[in-house]
Design a protein around this ligand. Structure first.
Ligand code: NAD
Length: 317
């Protein structure tokens, strides 16, 4: 029998593309998209959609019972840059939404959960190069704190109650469909839009800030593969390190310049520089590669070609 899925926060950068992929795999009617608003009209009209507040336990529970949901992908969150502006809201949303879905699984209303963590669980005391799976995690952002605590609770619910919750520490995700929602790595999406629209970009990080990144197609592939992996193969129930690319603003600029030689960049670091400086520059994801055969497909230059091609099409239509 096919899985019946609920995606919470489906209108966001990742949820938009995850919904499409899961509908291809499981059938449109078996994937209920939900969000607090209907801002992404294309997604709202593409299949079953409900308005749902991730902070409202009873509303999520009723939705799961009414639609016979067995699996939840919890994508609603306040991200790193927005979280620094609204710390209490970030804590409230990021933690309570997670408890709600964990408790639904504990009470056998659903069977399986995907919950994304982030490289933001790491901090300035973490080894920056090739950051190991198990290492010092002393995050300095409220977002990072919510993700680190969330990981602890996921592992706890697995050990204590047998809840099948699976998680990935996503790096910065780059995509051409929905815009990113207020993270520190957003520059790596904005730069492609501005290259096409204006031929120049003022970057909010310094030119040599190296951060772990990933093209959306790889992030979706990782999510689907982890959720399909046999339970007995999984050795991590907090969250898996995941790696694809690491690059600086200067490197992405050079990559774009091979297609657009006139493209110009300036650098005006803002408060997001301090957040970026507290994060790793590269990630060791050996465990994910071993446990569920993770591998990425997109290099920086392959991603640049795809981003420019797709965005030019979008802007021309
Ligand atoms: P996003 O900000 O683009 O989307 C989040 C969605 O959640 C939005 O559509 C928003 O309307 C919705 N939302 C907000 N409050 C809600 C509420 N109370 N109830 C229901 N929905 C609500 O975020 P994203 O980039 O798609 O990220 C999805 C997940 O992946 C988050 O947990 C995020 O922390 C994690 N993540 C993302 C990245 C990245 O680069 N995008 C990197 C690491 C981790």
């Amino acid at each position: 029998m096919s899985s019946k899925i609920l995606i919470i926060g489906a209108c966001g950068q990742i949820g938009t593309e995850l919904t499409t992929k899961l509908r291809t795999l499981h059938g449109t009617d078996n994937v209920i998209a939900s969000d607090i608003n209907t801002r992404n009209l294309d997604l709202v009209e593409a299949g079953p959609f409900v308005i749902l507040d991730a902070k409202n336990f009873n509303a999520i529970k009723d939705c799961c019972i009414n639609h016979n949901i067995d699996t939840i992908y919890l994508m609603a969150a306040l991200l790193s840059a927005t979280g620094e502006k609204y710390p209490m809201e970030a804590w409230d949303l990021n933690m309570n939404s997670l408890f709600h879905v964990l408790n639904l699984a504990k009470n056998s209303i659903i069977k399986k959960i995907f919950w994304p963590s982030s490289i933001a669980v790491f901090g300035p005391t973490t080894p920056r190069e090739n950051t190991p799976q198990h290492t010092i995690c002393e995050p300095t952002t409220v977002y990072g704190i919510t993700k680190q605590v969330g990981e602890r609770w996921c592992e706890y619910y697995f050990n204590k109650y047998g809840v099948d919750v699976r998680s990935i520490r996503y790096p910065g995700i780059i995509s051409h469909k929905a815009m990113p929602g207020g993270g520190t790595t957003d520059y790596a999406v904005e730069i492609y839009h501005e290259a096409i629209k204006k031929g120049k970009y003022d970057c909010f990080l310094s030119e040599d800030t190296s951060l772990p990144m990933m093209f959306m197609d790889d992030a979706i592939k990782a999510t689907v593969d982890l959720m399909a992996a046999p339970e007995e193969n999984l050795t991590i129930r907090s969250s898996y390190n995941l790696s694809a690319l690491s690059f600086t603003p200067k490197a992405i600029f050079e990559s774009i310049k091979t297609h657009m030689p006139e493209f110009k960049i300036t650098y005006t670091p803002d408060f997001r520089q301090a957040i970026a400086d507290s994060w790793p520059s590269s990630i060791d994801d050996t465990v994910a590669r071993k446990d569920w055969n993770w591998s990425h497909d997109f290099s920086l230059n392959k991603m640049t070609s795809e981003m420019l091609t797709q965005l030019k099409k979008n802007y021309n239509s």
